[in-house]
Design a protein around this ligand. Structure first.
Ligand code: FES
Ligand SMILES: [Fe+2]
Length: 395
């Protein structure tokens, strides 16, 4: 049965969100609050788009693995003895226990419940005391595999194994990231995920928003990147899988710490012009990058409900940056500044979710400095409409 709030009128109303920025308005508020809309998004977005789950370096050697969880699907990433990195469901095909949690090194995955054992490639290799079970063939119970692709050192998976490759549709974004050489940038796997009580798009839009930089974050930690120096590319192809914006800085080699300047090695491939700006790159629905001259902060957003999501937040630095004896202290300078800025953002995000539940929640109009919100809309709305049209046709 169709949920009463999801109807043709809702999807027709989204058209105004992809008009030019000066004419556009934000998405209907129920897209951020409604449980049926989240279920719809699971089909329209999460079951067919490429989803970032981590960095390739998190599973560098045979037997290394890590797990994730996105849109209600537990995911296992493991590097096989053959050196191939694979993505699969971590749901045991016996009675649905998770065969792996966290991260580590394994020779095989032994389900803790009844010890069904899976090889690193997900093949079920042993299932104790199943010999009397009729019509039971081990090969029918492998861990379900997902598509996997590496882009800029990040691991992306796709629940649709026939999905078109990601990288060709990110060529325009890769171009602007080239100077950072992200495949060789270094950083530890973040130890703790955060769980936040607001819709994943509220988080995405906050990270995507240059308008608030000089307002919410006004002060000595953020003033080097004023909102009026925001720039939005107009040359990305229509089928781009991601987008970016740049923001010129008041001085070169700027970074988030109390000195407002890079204290770690500047990414070696950046041109003089690139050293005079920050880049904010987004690959919806999961990956958001904030790039200064010496650090790249990445957020991996993992929706897990209509009004909640989880985030893996990590930092990448130029190769060899750790050799600096004061690396830890310099990173701490950055974290102190970023922590203060992030606190301001998190408070806004939480209150925006409260506002979006209100009967007075607006279809808001945009400033030119919110060009990237409109870019996000142009990514979302055609996908929503395509999935709705198909569902409609099936009905
Ligand atoms: S649920 Fe995994 S072995 Fe039974
Ligand atoms: Fe912010």
């Amino acid at each position: 049965m169709t949920h009463s709030l999801l109807d043709d009128a809702l999807f027709a109303a989204m058209e105004s969100s992809i008009l030019p920025t000066e004419e556009a308005e934000s998405l209907p508020p129920l897209c951020y609050t409604d449980a049926a809309f989240y279920e719809f998004e699971k089909k329209a977005i999460f079951s067919r788009e490429w989803l970032c789950v981590g960095r390739e370096s998190w599973a560098a050697s045979p037997g290394d693995y890590f797990t994730s969880h996105i849109a209600d699907e537990p995911v296992l990433i493991a590097r096989g003895r053959d050196g191939v990195l694979r993505a699969m469901s971590s749901v045991c095909q016996h009675r649905a226990m998770l065969v792996a949690e966290g991260s580590g090194k394994a020779r095989a995955f032994v389900c803790p419940y009844h010890h069904w054992t899976y090889a690193l490639d997900g093949a079920l290799v042993s299932a104790p005391a199943m010999e009397r079970t009729c019509r039971f063939h081990k090969e029918d119970f492998n861990l379900p595999p997902f598509a996997l692709e590496i882009w800029e050192g990040f691991v992306f998976i796709n629940f649709d194994r026939d999905a078109a490759p990601l990288a060709p549709r990110l060529a325009g974004v890769s171009q602007v990231l080239r100077g950072y050489d992200l495949p060789s940038a270094e950083g530890e796997r973040p130890s703790d995920e955060q769980r936040y009580p607001w819709n994943w798009k509220v988080m995405f839009e906050n990270n995507n928003d240059g308008y608030h930089a000089s307002k919410l974050h006004q002060g000595p930690l953020h003033d080097f990147i004023p909102s009026e120096l925001a720039e939005f590319p107009d040359d990305l192809p229509d089928d781009t899988a991601g987008y970016y914006r740049t923001n010129r800085t008041l001085h070169p080699d700027a970074s988030f710490n109390a000195t407002q300047r890079a204290v770690l090695p500047v990414f070696a491939g950046l041109s003089a012009e690139e050293r005079h700006r920050m880049v904010f790159a987004n690959v919806p629905p999961t990956l958001s990058l904030v790039m200064t001259a010496d650090t790249v902060i990445y957020l991996i957003l993992r929706a897990d409900g209509p009004e909640s999501h989880r985030v893996d937040q990590g930092v990448l630095t130029a190769p060899g940056a750790k050799a600096d004896p004061a690396f830890a202290q310099k990173m701490a300078m950055g974290m102190l500044a970023a922590g203060e800025i992030i606190e301001q953002d998190l408070h806004v995000d939480e209150m925006v979710q409260v506002g979006l539940r209100s009967r007075h929640a607006p279809r808001g109009r945009y400033s030119w400095q919110e060009g990237a919100q409109r870019l996000f809309n142009t990514w979302l709305v055609p996908r929503y409409r395509a999935a709705w049209t198909v569902a409609d046709g099936d009905a």
